[in-house]
Design a binder for this molecule. Sequence first.
Ligand code: COA
Length: 260
Amino acid sequence: MSYQNLLVEKKDNVAVVTINRPDKLNALNSETMSELKKVFSELKTDDETYVVIITGSGEKAFVAGADISELNKLDVISGKAFAENGQDIFNLIENLDKPVIAAVNGFALGGGCELALACHIRVASENAKFGQPEVNLGIIPGYGGTQRLARLINSGRAMEYILTGDMIDAAEALRIGLVNKVYPQSELMNKVFEMARKIISKGQQAVRLAVKAVNIADEVPSKEGQHYEASLFSIGCGTEDFKEGTKAFLEKRKPGFKNK
Ligand code: COA
């Protein structure tokens, strides 16, 4: 399938989704959002894709936010639908079950920061800048940012960044746990692929169960989460990969996972 505003490349069980509107710093207009919905719906059932990487085109921006020329037309009714549609699409990404890594190669502002937050792992280049500058426009984050940012970096820090609109540079993002790793821009994609390959070398049944289990950690009380964890753990115990993984350890050899 070809897209107007996305580039999608699949190779060696990795799908790379690149938001491709570099002249608008990859701002998310409604067409790009529908394309993201399409591509992630397709990737969910694509047996050949084990890990998804999402990044932005060019060297300046991951995504500089929702497209402000479209935001400008919203009113009370359409604003609610706009936020709910964006939330649904980002929830689709978060609940893909397969790991999604954000390769943040520049500005990740507003909806761009929220997109990175919906991914399971965030890896940034040294020039990356995060932020929720919606207050500068007279609104608040609407694609899940108030919730995910508060859970990831704590509500006190999230409150500060959302109320001031201040940008967070890569070093600070690393310090506060907003990103997992930071690399020079020239190394970013290689390092992200390295991480993807490491994940791909594991049993994919276990990888997907882990994504599901960790995903709900912020949603439910610990006791309920542990109950869910035990159910997913037991599913893992029924897989061929589990038999192979434990047998390989005991035989002092590398496991040959079949992802079954
Ligand atoms: N929506 C629509 N267009 C955007 C955009 C957005 N969120 N962010 C950048 N652009 C466009 C600019 O309008 C400009 O287009 P033009 O060349 O047709 O005028 C182009 O992208 C380049 O941006 P520009 O502002 O000239 O780059 P800069 O290097 O001077 O500044 C930013 C970069 C990221 C600081 C600045 O673009 C910015 O503040 N963007 C908006 C960020 C924001 O508020 N996001 C949250 C939206 S909810």
